[in-house]
Design a protein around this ligand. Structure first.
Ligand code: URA
Length: 209
């Protein structure tokens, strides 16, 4: 299922991120803030368990506690730019990391790092990568997680295009995809149009502004 999360605050922050004049610190701040707003919506279907507490006036009441583990898995390196924003809302989450780069000649995904927490297979797995372009990296990461037996995987991106969306929907029909914008297309260099440029460079300030 594809979900496009719409909210005026998200729209304004995304527009700021799209501007080539936005500095890396502002870009990173807005990305983390959007990630927080997204995860608030995404965890709406999260199952809770009853929890009994006693209030300061001595009254026992039944509330709710988070039940299953939540694991954030940023795809390196741009996914790191959304991780703190999610941790702000879900501080108890564990964090795994998957390092993948795309071989520009063969277009195949090549892995260089894979470290996932030891958690139950029905944990909530949030794979994060701001740009869903060709879908090669996300497809590869999700395939590895599914092969390990994880059943409850969500893919959280910022912007995506049809090519990447279709790939994930076809290869991983049980994985929900969350975006804040479906952009127009990929250009000849596989950059998203209008997009945000190279998300990793913009988050970490490795090129230009
Ligand atoms: N990755 C990026 O960082 N930007 C794009 O536009 C596409 C993939």
């Amino acid at each position: 299922m594809l979900v496009i999360i719409k909210h005026p605050l998200i729209e304004a922050k995304l527009t700021k991120m799209r501007s080539k004049d936005t500095s890396h610190d502002e870009f990173r701040k807005n990305l983390n803030e959007i990630a927080s707003l997204m995860v608030y919506e995404i965890l709406r279907d999260y199952k809770t368990k009853p929890l009994k507490v006693v209030t300061p006036i001595g009254i026992e009441t039944i509330g709710q506690a988070l039940d299953k583990e939540i694991v954030i898995i940023p795809i390196l390196r741009a996914g790191l730019g959304m991780t703190n924003g999610i941790l702000d809302l879900v501080p108890q989450a564990r964090v795994g990391h998957i390092g993948i780069y795309r071989d520009e000649k063969t277009m195949e995904a090549k892995d260089y790092f894979f470290k996932i927490p030891e958690v139950a297979k029905d944990s909530y797995i949030l794979v994060v990568d701001p740009m869903l372009a060709t879908g090669v990296s996300s497809d590869d990461a999700i395939t590895k997680l599914e092969n390990l037996g994880f059943k409850n995987i969500k893919l959280i991106c910022l912007v995506g295009v049809e090519k990447g969306i279709k790939r994930i929907e076809k290869e991983h029909p049980n994985v929900d995809i969350y975006l804040v914008s479906e952009d127009t297309k990929l250009n000849e260099n596989n950059y998203i149009v209008p997009g945000l440029g190279d998300a990793g460079d913009r988050i970490f300030g490795t090129k230009g502004k």
